[in-house]
Design a protein around this ligand. Structure first.
Ligand code: PSV
Ligand code: MN
Length: 429
């Protein structure tokens, strides 16, 4: 399918250029009054990227139902095309993260070439031992890497090793391991033994990591196990990552905590311990809702970035988080959601760059709680939209990605070229 012609993006931009120039100039003046150089902020934001999860471009659903959208991608090549459009217009998502076996394909070098042609590369690879695959010998109904049965654990380990092999072929530098293992009844699982089995299995995966790879351990409070989960919180994740070694780190999915948990504090702890792998960004109201990043709690997202920018500012050794979205788009066009979510993440980063660090340090040292909070608010309340528009324009993207996308008719064309696939009931992706 044809990508969106550059001329169409230019035509869409033309009508918006004059306002952009005026608004950018005005923001520059306002920031200069706060001793902030807009050009420096712009350069930093231009270098920032957040990866797209391949599964995000399909319409999501819940365990009750899934309502498919038009022109959904049928396989990983279609998914890449959609990711290409997202990157073409929004210019904040140069990498794609694959999930195996969902994204299995016959020829990985062909896939790599297809990605290259779209200006994309591959981020961390994700293993899946939370659902059974056709023809597999042992079921994961009662767990995978932590299963009581050694053969089932071995099968789950082997799958992760296969993911590393695939990742090598496509240029990934990390594997993300999330297991749904846990229990639904008090007494069902011996907590300590299950964790020991997790370590025994993950050690084998860790041993197979190429020298320049990292292993991201993703925790989640519950679901699909609803009484206990083996890697349920950052504490368990941290224990495991510490036991494994320096290449193992803890990945924070924003939706994987109990309501009201102070996620930015967790981030600070992991940064301090050199164990922050990175993020799966999404928003949540009740649990792992997988809502669009910043759609419900943009201030929380900003506070997370405030910690990240502080860590970079203070040159914390080894600080190198991986950024990715992980959302379920149930009622929107996934391409539109991913473009706006990427911009939201970028916006939070830009706003965090505006925090007056010296003044914040001083307020903290003198216990001036009100001033400290006001300094954060001043940054968060700065409208940086025009800065993001300018970053997109400079990179060849669209000033208004959703507007340009709707005008392009891409989804209509996709619907014609990709006949609907058989609906398979409820599901998260
Ligand atoms: C689990 O809820 C999760 O956040 C993990 O990252 C999975 O890989 C992803 O969602 C897709 O199911
Ligand atoms: Mn996740």
């Amino acid at each position: 399918m044809a990508r969106i012609p550059k001329s169409a993006i230019d035509a869409h931009n033309d009508g918006l250029l004059r306002h952009l120039a005026e608004d950018y100039g005005r923001l520059g003046e306002r920031l200069a009054r706060r001793n902030i150089d807009i050009e420096r902020v712009r350069e930093q934001v231009a270098r920032f990227g957040v990866a797209i999860p391949s599964w995000g471009v399909g319409t999501g659903g819940t365990r009750f139902a899934r309502f498919p959208g038009a022109g959904e991608p049928r396989h990983v090549f279609d998914k890449l095309e959609d990711c290409g459009v997202i990157q073409q217009l929004a210019r904040a998502t140069p990498k794609v993260s694959l999930h195996i076996p969902w994204d299995k394909c016959g020829d990985w070098s062909e896939l790599r070439q297809a990605a290259d042609a779209l200006g994309l590369s591959f981020d961390a690879i994700n293993s899946n031992t939370f659902s059974d695959q056709k023809g597999q010998a042992h079921s994961y109904k009662f767990g995978s890497l932590t299963h009581t049965d050694a053969a089932t654990r071995a099968q789950a380990v082997a799958h992760n090793l296969e993911c590393i092999e695939i990742g090598r072929k496509i240029g990934s530098k990390a594997i993300t391991v999330w297991v749904g293992d846990g229990s639904n009844f008090p007494g069902q699982q011996h907590f300590r033994r299950a964790f020991e089995r997790y370590l025994e299995s993950t050690r084998q995966i860790y041993a197979a990591l190429p020298g320049d790879w990292r292993m991201f351990l993703e925790h989640k409070i519950c679901e699909p196990a609803f009484y206990s989960t083996v890697i349920q919180d950052w504490g368990s994740s941290f224990l495991a990552a510490s036991a494994l070694g320096s290449k193992a780190q803890c990945l924070v999915d924003l939706g994987h905590h109990a309501p009201n948990v102070n996620i930015e504090l967790i981030v600070a702890r992991l940064v301090a311990a050199g164990k922050l792998a990175g993020f799966h960004f999404n928003d949540s109201k009740y649990g792992d809702d997988d809502l669009d990043a910043g759609s419900v709690a943009p201030y929380r997202l900003f506070l997370v970035f405030n910690e990240l920018v502080a860590a970079a500012h203070e040159k914390v050794a080894g600080f190198d988080p991986a950024y990715m979205l992980d959302q379920s788009h149930n009622v929107t066009d996934p391409i539109e959601s991913l473009m706006t979510s990427a911009a939201q993440v970028q916006r939070s980063y830009a706003q965090a760059l505006l925090v007056d660090r010296a003044a914040l340090d001083a307020a903290q040292e003198s216990n001036d709680a009100l001033m400290a909070s006001q300094l954060l608010k001043a940054a968060f309340q700065t409208d940086v939209d025009v800065l993001l528009q300018r970053v997109r324009l400079d990179a060849g993207g669209a000033i208004d990605p959703v507007g340009a996308y709707r005008a392009s008719g891409y989804r209509r064309q996709a619907a014609e070229e990709r006949p609907a696939v058989q609906e398979s009931g409820g599901g998260i992706v």
